[in-house]
Design a protein around this ligand. Structure first.
Ligand SMILES: [Zn+2]
Length: 104
C-alpha cells in the first residue's frame, strides 16, 4: 500500500477518496478516527490519510493532481440564466434560485 494523500481537512479527504473510488481505485482511509487525540502527537501524524494499492499509486496521484488543479482554478464566474445572480465558477447550481448551470 502507498499513501497518496494526507490533509487535515476530513471533508476533503472524504471527497478525494470518493473521487478515487469512482475512478475504480480502491482506497483505504487511515487515521480517520484519531483526530480527537491530537494533543499528544505531532499534528501531521494524525491527519487522515488515503492509501491505495502499489499498482494504483500512479493513477491515484494523477487523478488527485487533476482534482486539486480543478479546485485551485474553478473557472470564470457565471450568471444564473433564471435570476441573474452572479456565481463563482466552482458552483454548479445557483444558490439563490436553484437553477442548474447551463453550458455556454
Ligand atoms: Zn438563480
Amino acid at each position: 500500500m502507498k499513501r497518496v494523500f494526507s490533509v487535515e481537512n476530513r471533508m476533503l479527504v472524504e471527497r478525494y477518496r470518493q473521487a478515487l473510488e469512482d475512478a475504480g481505485i480502491p482506497c483505504q482511509l487511515r487515521n480517520e478516527f484519531l483526530g480527537g487525540g491530537a494533543g499528544e502527537l505531532p499534528v501531521n501524524e494524525v491527519w487522515p490519510e488515503i492509501w491505495v494499492a502499489d499498482e494504483d499509486e500512479q493513477r491515484a496521484r494523477t487523478l488527485l493532481q487533476e482534482l486539486k488543479a480543478r479546485e485551485a482554478d474553478p473557472g470564470p464566474d457565471w450568471t444564473c440564466p433564471r435570476c441573474g445572480e452572479t456565481l463563482g465558477g466552482q458552483f454548479d447550481a445557483c444558490w439563490n434560485c436553484g437553477a442548474l448551470r447551463t453550458e455556454e
